[in-house]
Design a protein around this ligand. Structure first.
Ligand code: ATP
Length: 238
């Protein structure tokens, strides 16, 4: 698999507060990679840094060989990075369909937007049933589906997914994760996944990175990390 995202020496700060201390990370085309770590380790900040949202950064970020650090969030979206932020970021006063249409802003051409929306409804039939419902009245799970659908409307090559399981019932989480696997395979979109639930994350991802206080302390294939003693004790509750 060819390299899609290459991150070298990434530092990030909120004002004077330094959070990322120099991270190296790679995602291959079509690959699913998880970012694990305790609260405050810097997982969300890493995703924000990759799309230059809310944090100042130093270091190199390449997407398909092209430098994207220093570009605007909008340019990065147009180059193919879809961000599903923590808190989901849907427009609560707009309908499901209006939210999805807004997701098309990140593409160079609107041609095919209706077909893409139908494809997204294929993955998430519940969104189709609720196409004229205000996003603010959707359940948490439906809002998560909408946030993913909206990012997909930008036709990303890389999807940055922040805690998709947060606050959701286990059955809905299982559903969303199996749809994510389908989306990865059918849309050939790579996924960088931040997830508190390490078990779920390691089941979905091929590889994972473990962050501690803004540094990568461990990385490798999910199968290896699943058997790592420190991961088992601290993150798998074994
Ligand atoms: P969690 O699993 O709890 O979401 P995380 O690994 O995603 O944790 P981050 O949200 O990246 O961690 O936070 C890393 C550090 O950055 C924390 O110490 C946090 O307090 C700080 N931080 C996050 N957002 C901001 C902000 N907007 N302004 C200042 N500091 C922030």
């Amino acid at each position: 698999m060819s390299s899609l995202l290459e991150v070298r020496g990434l530092r990030a700060a909120y004002g004077a507060t330094r959070v990322l201390q120099g991270i190296d990370l790679d995602v291959a085309s079509g690959e699913i990679v998880a970012l694990l770590g305790a609260n405050g380790a810097g997982k969300t900040t890493t995703l924000r840094a990759l799309c230059q949202a809310m944090v100042s950064t130093e270091g190199g970020i390449l997407l398909a060989g092209q430098r994207i650090d220093g570009r605007s969030t909008e340019q990065i979206a147009k180059l193919g990075v879809g961000h599903v932020p923590d808190g989901r970021g849907t427009f609560l006063g707009l309908t499901t369909e209006e939210n999805l249409r807004l997701g098309a802003y990140a593409r160079t051409s609107r041609v095919g937007a209706d077909a893409d929306m139908e494809r997204i409804y294929g993955y998430f039939p519940r969104l189709k049933e609720r196409r004229v419902q205000q996003a603010g009245t959707l359940s948490g799970g439906e809002q998560q589906m909408l946030a993913i659908g909206r990012a997909l409307m930008g036709r990303p090559r890389l999807l940055l997914l922040d805690e998709p399981s947060f606050g959701l019932a286990p059955l809905i989480v299982k559903d969303i994760f199996s749809i994510m696997r389908r989306i990865n395979q059918e849309e050939r979109v790579a996924i960088l996944l931040v997830e508190q639930n390490a078990r779920l994350a390691l089941d979905l991802a091929e590889r994972a990175y473990l962050l501690e206080t803004g540094r990568v302390v461990l990385c490798g294939p999910s199968n290896d990390l699943r058997h790592d003693d420190a991961i088992r004790r601290a993150y798998l509750g074994e």
